[in-house]
Design a protein around this ligand. Structure first.
Ligand code: G3H
Ligand code: 13P
Ligand code: ZN
Length: 330
């Protein structure tokens, strides 16, 4: 067993308490390779932001759990080397079994999500309670979920959104002992969050998605005041990145995300953690495609992964400063 404190990591409790008080949200950025990690730590150190490094079960398989442990420890040392030791949480994204959560806790994760949102309510509560009992022995934070987001991830997928039912949250939090709760208010995973027929078009012909259900968020806040809420599926799918991808051989059709002003509003509420993965994928893909088209003779991976890393870092800095409000909170 490697406890996260041995790696220099922290759990999310104190970070969420401060985020709630300060009316901002902590970024939760997914990673599975070196360049993504460099971009995340570089952006967070330069903006002095705390961060959750998120690993999905697919990312864990891709990157290898032993390497991930050392990368997380490396991230802590790297931040220090860059001149500002920011608080870093290593978080399991969308854990779907008790065994996976336990295994991550044993290999140095300081926070886990147990996503039982696809299960009937009682089964979700039971599984979440089981993970909490184990995790809290090691002072590891646990995120649960109520309500289902539309979209597709490796292990969990749903064609439709089931909004969180505010009347369930109090009981769920009490029964399970979770430290934070992901809710469904209209965000969704991936780069195609809404079908064109669900959207309107603005004067430039850009698809505008239906607004988030802030009424549900407010009712959740009323029922569990001061409790940290998490927003998944919070990429904005920037049209400029989609344009670069598509004008360099890509084929992303009807890509649409969550407008940043809505995320800013959410970050100022009880939402303490905002998950962003797809925007990072778009930033890297845009940069790589552009190098391949502009410089077809290049074959040194550093010549395309380097620009991808730079683009990613710029995107993360923008999110931290202009959307989440977590700059200078480390
Ligand atoms: O919400 C899920 C994340 O974007 C992770 O996606 O399962 O493809 O690694 P992944
Ligand atoms: P996006 O696909 O909107 O980036 O959401 C990521 C996420 O929720 C990870 O858990
Ligand atoms: Zn998610």
């Amino acid at each position: 067993m490697t406890h996260y404190k041995e790696l220099g990591l922290v759990n999310s409790k104190e970070l969420f308490r401060k985020a709630m008080e300060g009316k901002y949200a902590i970024p939760a950025f997914n990673f599975n390779n070196l360049e993504q990690l460099q971009a995340i730590i570089g952006a967070c150190v330069e903006t002095k932001s705390p961060v959750l490094l998120q690993v999905s079960s697919g990312a864990r398989k891709y990157a290898n759990q032993t390497l991930l442990k050392h990368l997380a420890k490396g991230a802590v040392d790297y931040a220090r080397e860059l001149g500002y030791p920011i608080p870093i949480v290593l978080h399991l994204d969308h854990g779907d079994t008790f065994e996976l959560c336990k295994s991550c806790i044993e290999s140095g994760f300081s926070s886990v999500m147990i996503d039982g949102s696809h299960l009937p309510y009682d089964k979700n509560a039971e599984l979440t309670r089981q993970v909490v009992e184990y995790a809290h022995k090691y002072d590891v934070s646990v995120e649960g979920e109520l309500g289902v987001l539309a979209g597709i991830e490796d292990e969990v997928s749903s064609a439709v959104t089931h909004y969180t039912r505010p009347e369930e949250v109090e009981d769920f939090v009490k029964k399970t002992g979770v430290d934070s709760l992901a809710i469904s208010i209209g965000t969704s995973h991936g780069a195609n969050k809404f079908k064109p027929e669900q959207c309107t078009r603005n004067a430039d012909g850009v698809l505008v998605p239906p607004p988030l259900r802030f009424d549900i968020l407010e009712e959740v806040e009323r029922r569990i005041p001061g409790f940290p809420i998490v927003l998944h599926g919070a990429s904005s799918v920037p049209p400029d990145l989609v344009k670069i991808i598509n004008s360099n051989g890509g084929k992303l059709k009807d890509a649409v995300g969550i407008p940043e002003d809505q995320l800013r509003r959410a970050a100022a509420s009880a939402v303490c953690k905002i998950n962003i993965d797809s925007d990072g994928r778009l930033a890297m893909t845009a940069a790589v495609r552009k190098v391949f088209v502009d410089s077809p003779a290049e074959f040194d991976p550093r010549k395309y992964l380097g620009p991808a890393r730079d683009q990613l870092k710029a995107l993360y800095k923008h999110k931290i400063v202009n959307v989440l409000g977590s700059a200078n909170k480390a």
